[in-house]
Design a binder for this molecule. Structure first.
Ligand SMILES: *Cc1c(COP(=O)(O)O)cnc(C)c1O
Length: 447
């Protein structure tokens, strides 16, 4: 899990329980090759690919709970992170480890921890450093489940400050002596606002606060947030990373650059000796493991297979989304919100951070709730489903579903209105998608 060549770091990571699959010699070789590899090649080769023992090109599925060892001493060594090996799949599993290595390499982190869902990844990325009395500053335009989760945290004595726009101007006045983390989504789902994380990181780092970024809707194909100041990256890998809409899962990746002040981050103090691995060591040996939010081996396998085609899917999905957004905008049948369009206030940031791409989600304002429902019901191809990142096009009316628990104020600041429809664009033939959307919008004219 550690890609740092320095022997010191490798040993530290190992003792922290973060390195357990690749033998030392193999690791050095892997590091060398990984450094030369470009993104699309890395999706198929390098760490987390195949199985060295048998030559299997696909990662084997270790569908087991426990691992037997030859002696009580050996199991003791493994439990104490003094010997390589596996003990119990809630703590570590080879199939899950392969997925963690792959996603970590793609993001360019120092290690990753896979979770049972995107929600558990979001929750643990924060709880790993928080104690009662702490404050967090978060975007008000977050995914509905994340907004609900942050509201839940208040019962544990964590104060949450929601900020409408994650800009330096709006975030700065919300930071206090007690702020312990700032959390944002890279491309907000569904407001589709892009956070200028370079600027935000500059601000929060000047206050010794880490920036935690949910990069689910961007994926490492569009941006590697560690290169733009993010300290921790989380994903709901149920979405684009899996790609096939077949497994719920999440992952937390540590960029390894934040220097933790162990006076301020008391939860991490017990892991001080692990230096830059303190955050991951605490996660793996503490809350994550004790909460049991581990990823199932089968789901890790589905993600690893899905990742192989991440670039191809994202390229097509972003292209389809732009083409569809343009077509609907030109038709004048609905108001279109898509960061890839010149009309989006975030088009400049899409150019700066995402190589000009706008992701694969768009939202429409149809004029009324009735028209939104009528449009959704008139579509031939899109599935009416609460998900994104599937190869199939999916549509949903967020206000009556994902944001059903939110207040109207919360909905509006998340970009959700009664006439909003969210479209997660798939890889279908774009002409079919355009024809279908236009006919479905056209049929709502008289409603
Ligand atoms: C879906 C989603 C989540 C939650 O992930 P699950 O895998 O559904 O638990 C968190 N953040 C974003 C941006 C999402 O789209």
């Amino acid at each position: 899990m550690c890609y740092d060549i320095a022997e010191q770091n490798r040993r530290t990571a190992f003792r922290a329980g973060l390195s357990y699959r690749i033998s030392p010699g193999e690791k050095y070789k892997a590091v060398k090759i990984m450094k030369q590899m470009r993104f699309d090649t890395m999706l198929l080769h390098g760490q987390g690919a195949g199985d060295k023992a048998t030559g299997s090109t696909a990662v084997p599925i270790y569908q087991t709970s426990a691992y037997a060892h030859e002696s009580a001493e050996k199991l003791e060594q493994i439990f104490k992170n003094k010997a390589q090996g596996f003990a119990y799949s809630r703590i570590s599993n080879p199939t899950v480890a392969a997925f963690e290595q792959k996603i970590n390499a793609l993001e360019g982190g120092i290690g990753a921890v896979a979770c049972s869902s995107g929600m558990s990844a979001v929750a643990l990325s924060m709880l790993n450093i928080l104690s009662a009395g702490d404050e967090i500053v978060v975007s008000s335009a977050l995914f509905g489940g994340t907004i609900d989760l942050f509201s839940d945290l208040q019962a544990f004595g964590i104060k949450v400050r929601f900020v409408e726009h994650m800009t330096v101007e709006e975030v700065e006045p919300c930071l206090s002596e007690k702020t312990r983390a700032v959390f944002t989504e890279l491309i907000g789902n569904p407001r589709l606002d892009i956070t200028d994380i370079d600027a935000l990181a500059g601000l929060v780092h000047s206050r010794n606060i880490p920036l935690i970024v949910d990069s689910t809707t961007a994926t490492p194909y569009l941006i590697k947030p560690f290169g733009h100041g993010a300290d921790i990256v989380v994903h709901s890998s149920s979405k684009y990373i899996n790609g096939g809409g077949n497994s719920i899962s999440g992952v937390i990746v540590d960029g390894g650059k934040f220097s933790w002040d162990f006076e301020r981050y008391k939860v991490l103090a017990g892991y001080k000796r692990f230096g830059k691995f303190a955050y991951l060591a605490s996660m793996r040996n503490g809350l994550w493991r004790n909460m049991g939010a581990c990823l199932a081996p089968m789901n890790a396998y589905m993600n690893t297979v899905g990742l192989e085609t991440l670039s191809l899917r994202m390229e097509r999905q972003c292209e389809n989304a732009l083409s569809l957004a343009r077509c609907i905008e030109e038709s004048g049948l609905a108001r279109v919100n898509y960061p890839g369009l010149e009309s989006s206030p975030y088009n400049g940031l899409a150019k700066k951070l995402l190589g000009g791409r706008g992701g694969a989600i768009l939202t429409l304002r149809t004029g009324s709730r009735e028209k939104a429902f009528g449009f959704i019901n008139a579509l031939k191809y899109a599935f009416i489903a609460t998900n994104i990142g599937d190869v199939r096009t999916l549509v949903i009316h967020p206000e009556s579903t994902i944001y059903a628990h939110s207040t109207p104020e919360q909905q509006h600041s998340a970009g959700v209105y009664e006439d909003t429809v969210r479209i997660s664009v798939g890889i279908e033939d774009i002409e079919d998608l355009k024809e279908d959307m236009i006919q479905a919008l056209g049929s709502q004219k008289e409603v």
